[in-house]
Design a protein around this ligand. Structure first.
Ligand code: IMP
Ligand code: MG
Length: 187
């Protein structure tokens, strides 16, 4: 009985079930930032966010790393307006700054099939960065279609569709402060 009440309370203002609270997310991002800072050993970093979903994560992660960091953003289209992947990725906004010879951290909201990050990694490597690492807030390893792993993972989750903290369902819910579950019938 107690458990039922607890689950019923763990919903956000839209009645969506919360998977990770804003506090849990904040704590995990601080840990990730500390790890990235250690790994860089005082070197400069360029953080490349994948629009739009990674924007809130990048904003928090950038403030959690204690290094001289700059930002850039790319945008890709892969899911269109639904949550089904077409398998085709198109770059719709390229980098603004050269990354040659720089330490690059690609910042993504979710690593799902791996198609998006495999594509981005391939085109970024063509610019010869000094190093290229990937930070993803969420990882769904069971969904992978391409053999790619992130260097930094916030949370590993099973095959669930989530929204909030940047992540959307048909462009909605990106501004939810917690990461919530999208009911199966909707996704
Ligand atoms: P991938 O190319 O399949 O790895 O797709 C990664 C992208 O799919 C992410 O950047 C998200 O935009 C989107 N995506 C995958 N799973 C979810 C989810 O559960 N909620 C919202 N977006 C998702
Ligand atoms: Mg995305």
């Amino acid at each position: 009985m107690e458990k039922v009440i607890l689950i019923a309370m763990a919903t956000d203002r839209h009645g969506l079930e919360i998977l990770f609270t804003r506090e849990q997310i904040a704590e995990r991002i601080l840990e990730m930032g500390a790890q990235i800072t250690r790994d860089l050993g005082g070197e400069k970093l360029i953080m490349i966010g994948v629009l739009k979903g990674a924007a809130p994560f990048l904003a928090d992660l950038a403030r959690a790393v204690d290094v001289d960091a700059t930002f850039d953003f790319v945008a890709v289209s892969s899911y269109g307006k639904s949550n089904r992947t077409s398998g085709a990725v198109k770059l719709i906004k390229d980098l603004d700054e050269p990354i040659e010879g720089k330490h690059v951290l690609v910042v993504e909201d979710i690593l799902d099939t791996g198609i998006t990050l495999t594509y981005l990694r391939r085109i970024f490597l063509q610019h010869h960065p000094r190093s290229l690492r990937i930070a993803t807030l969420l990882d769904k390893p069971s969904r992978r279609l391409e053999p790619i792993e992130a260097d930094y993972v916030g949370f590993s989750i099973p095959n669930l569709f989530v929204v909030g903290f940047g992540m959307d369902f048909a462009e909605r819910y990106r501004n939810l402060p917690d990461i919530c579950l999208m009911p199966q019938e909707a996704s």
